[in-house]
Design a protein around this ligand. Structure first.
Ligand SMILES: [Zn+2]
Ligand SMILES: [Zn+2]
Length: 404
């Protein structure tokens, strides 16, 4: 058995110089993967070969052999898939002759060290400790929010809650999600203690019921609300909560602009002078009166479209056409989207705030197909957890996920 294990590992070592010459990378994980799959190689080969021999004479027996071989092959595939996903599965290494030279020097140093038992124990301990640190500690202490964050879309489940950077410890909050505890935790993780402005795009529970979580231990300067008031349910709860905290609420006209830290926010909709934008239903009418914001940073821009549906998207396209690098997909990616409006933005990526397994079927397959057809990369909170928009050091923006 020891030989069966040693052969693939030795083969891996033997081809390493060739791989370094060709690819300019080291794959230390390949050594581990080879050791793990070694016991399965002989059964897979022998059983498969046996099945091929027996099949013409005794098909039933061949089938039994193939199924058994399948387990061995399955193990090999599983180890392969698992190992490529490991952090540091490949290490960058200079390509070509310099890389080969560096590899030789490393070996010349490593061989005498590994020949002495005491030194070998020290080397092994260091390697194991480094692996444990990478595998166990790194995901837990991973930096959040990532450096240079401009906006964080909180994973609030089915709903919307996000925060736009407004300077150290400060953030403009746009919607509060359905749950105060979840919203408070997200803002805590990001380190937001002061909220100079809170925008509640429209009075639906999945956007406003988390309001007490935003107010927990934080100063909130002013609240901007949709002109479409509802006086029962979540609308009434918002009004009562704000009154209790003596926070003024405002409605604002399109063109209103604020600057907070690195972010410039411009209101695009709704247009009070044009009256109500009706929709398919009472719910659609409220969605269509969402406060729409265009946020600009040095590195790029995003359109925050609330729960805007088809009619209001088309109206906005005709009245106030804008371009944006990123899109907060309106209405959790429902099927009520205007292709012309989405295309007009020229965005490169779409962020979707949506709950896993929600009852509404959000995001719609048709909307995902539409976004991808327009060349947008799709990021979803139900799959990736909190999403952060960051300014990259080399310029431009990237979307980083915290993980589910
Ligand atoms: Zn909603
Ligand atoms: Zn809504």
């Amino acid at each position: 058995m020891a030989e069966a294990v040693a052969v693939p590992a030795a083969a891996q070592l033997a081809v390493t110089p060739v791989l370094v010459l060709m690819a300019g990378q080291l794959t230390p994980v390949a050594l581990v993967a080879n050791l793990l799959v070694a016991p399965a190689v002989a059964p897979a080969t022998l059983l498969g070969f046996g099945a091929a021999l027996v099949a013409p004479l005794w098909p039933d027996a061949a089938q039994v052999l193939v199924i058994t071989a399948g387990y061995a092959v399955g193990w090999i595939i599983m180890v392969g898939r698992w190992s490529v996903g490991l952090p540091f599965a490949t290490l960058p290494w200079p390509a070509g002759l310099p890389g080969l030279g560096l590899l030789l020097v490393t070996l010349v140093v490593a061989v005498p060290v590994l020949r002495r038992r005491a030194w070998r124990a020290v080397a092994l301990t260091v390697v194991v400790a480094a692996l444990v640190a990478v595998l166990v500690i790194r995901p837990v202490v991973g930096p959040w929010p990532p450096k240079g964050w401009l906006m964080v879309m909180c994973d609030v489940g089915q709903g919307d809650g996000l925060v736009v950077a407004a300077g150290p410890g400060r953030g403009v909050v746009v919607d509060a999600g359905p749950d105060p505890v979840v919203m408070d935790r997200c803002l805590r993780r990001v380190g937001v203690e002061d909220v100079p402005l809170l925008v509640l795009t429209h009075p639906h529970a999945d956007h406003v019921d988390g309001l007490p979580g935003v107010l927990r231990g934080r100063r909130v300067g002013a609240v901007v609300v949709s002109p479409h008031r509802i006086h029962e349910g979540s609308g009434a709860r918002v009004w009562a909560t704000l009154a209790r905290h003596h926070i003024p609420e405002w409605t604002v006209a399109p063109g209103t602009r604020w600057r907070f830290g690195p972010s410039e926010l411009t209101v695009l909709a709704p247009d009070l002078a044009r009256g109500e934008m009706s929709g398919q239903s009472e719910g659609s009418t409220i969605n269509n009166s969402s406060v729409v914001l265009h946020v600009r940073w040095r590195a790029g821009s995003i359109l925050l479209g609330g729960d805007l549906e088809t009619e209001a998207q088309d109206e906005l396209l005709h009245r106030f056409p804008v371009r944006a690098d990123l899109l907060k997909t309106p209405h959790h990616g429902s099927n009520r989207q205007s292709p012309a409006f989405l295309a007009s933005l020229g965005a490169r990526a779409a962020l979707i705030s949506v709950g896993a397994g929600n009852d509404y079927g959000h995001p719609a397959m048709s909307t995902l197909a539409l976004l991808r057809g327009l060349g947008l990369t799709v990021h979803r909170t139900d799959q990736s957890g909190d999403l952060a928009v960051v300014e990259r050091e080399e310029g431009g923006m990237a979307v980083v996920s915290r993980g589910p």
